[in-house]
Design a protein around this ligand. Structure first.
Ligand code: 5AD
Length: 352
């Protein structure tokens, strides 16, 4: 226990430990050790952001996707999906509803859907920017050219989420068809940063063929990238994908990784993700108690929520639903937290 505590303390002080030590932290299942790691992470987060948890309204704008990622339920080759995309009016109406509920960030997430050309997307972003000047606009729309990202930024978008999924070329290639390359993904992330977006990246924990070495490489990649946001969730199978029989990721390892990354990135905005809330009844709470400080309730039109199914049994109602913030508030209060209705931008080190 003493040795374990020393590793956690050193990670907190130096923001780095050895690769072998990362693996020890990742794998720990001992309750007392986990409690120590998670408490350290949570306290670091609280010292910067207090006990408020930021909320983001997640609008799943499209489940059309040109990509065929082996893990994802809305992959192009899945013909069992009923496909939809929201038009501009539907998106603006979701924002209107979200704003009335108190959201100050709108996240537009979707598959790589060619029907939103630059002109349309820019028009949508500009309209949200004009209607809600006090809100942050986050995009999660996959890989685009730097030129297109710049147009989105100039139109008023502030943040961009693009998980790198796995920085190791061989592992990335096991999760994606050969037309997708980790080099492209990484280039997109650097382009987004250079343009001035607050950038989010991350991985699925326990994705097929993932080893501890892969996760350690991902930890190092995030250390280099210094993203403002970090998204993590357990891998969860979807019945209509090539990975349907693969086993799901491990909750414990997911929250251990979350705590590690919190200690390395004290300022980061880290959501307790829907995948965490789906895998376990108290997954959302576990994430927050291990240093997460964001939740992203679902603000998509209710009639489309089932169709945006990246994995089976995805939680989208009750405390995961934007219209039920009182349920989320009650669950947060039960663990000593509360919803923060602030815009919740990234705080640079030393910033008040
Ligand atoms: N299980 C867990 N997470 C998934 N994602 C996609 N498919 C799955 C799955 N089957 C995650 C990816 C993607 C994010 C939007 O959702 O990491 O970046």
């Amino acid at each position: 226990m003493q040795k374990f505590k020393e590793i956690v303390d050193r990670l907190q002080a130096k923001r780095a430990v050895s690769d072998e030590e990362y693996k020890i932290l990742l794998q720990t299942k001992d309750e007392k050790k986990q409690a120590y790691l998670h408490k350290a992470a949570r306290e670091v987060c609280q010292s910067i952001y207090g006990n408020g948890v930021f909320i983001r309204g997640l609008i799943e704008i499209s489940n059309y996707c040109k990509n065929d990622c082996y893990y994802c339920g809305i992959r192009k080759s899945n013909h069992h999906v009923s496909r939809y995309h929201l038009n501009k009016e539907e998106i603006l109406s979701a924002c209107k509803q979200g704003y009335a509920l108190g959201f100050k960030t709108f996240v537009m997430q979707g598959g790589e859907d060619g029907s939103y050309d630059d002109v349309l997307m820019v028009d949508i972003i500009k309209s949200i920017r004009t209607n809600y000047p006090d809100c942050a606009i986050t995009l999660s729309l996959g890989e685009k050219s730097k030129d297109v990202y710049q147009k989105y930024f100039d139109a008023g978008a502030n943040r961009y989420l693009l998980r790198h999924e796995s920085v190791c070329e061989n592992h990335y290639a096991k999760l994606h068809p050969s037309n997708m390359r980790i080099q492209d993904r990484v280039q997109c992330l650097w382009d987004l940063k250079e343009i001035g977006f607050q950038v989010g990246s991350g991985i699925m924990v326990g994705s097929p063929y993932q080893t501890l070495d892969h996760i350690v490489a991902d930890i190092h990649f995030l250390e280099k990238l210094q993203p403002q946001m970090i998204g993590l969730g357990p891998y969860l199978p979807h019945k209509d994908t090539p990975f349907k029989d693969e086993k799901k990721g491990d909750v414990e390892m997911t929250i251990n990784l979350l705590a590690i990354l919190r200690l390395m990135h004290p300022q980061a905005l880290i959501p307790s993700t829907t995948a965490l809330a789906t895998i376990s009844n108290d997954g959302r709470e576990k994430g927050i108690l291990a240093g997460a400080n964001v939740v992203m309730p679902n603000l998509s039109p209710v009639e489309h929520r089932e169709a945006y199914s990246l994995y089976n049994n995805k939680a989208n109602m009750n405390a995961e639903a934007a219209e039920s913030l009182h349920l989320l508030e009650a669950r947060l209060q039960a663990i000593g937290y509360t919803i923060s209705y602030d815009r919740g931008d990234y705080k640079k080190e030393g910033e008040k």
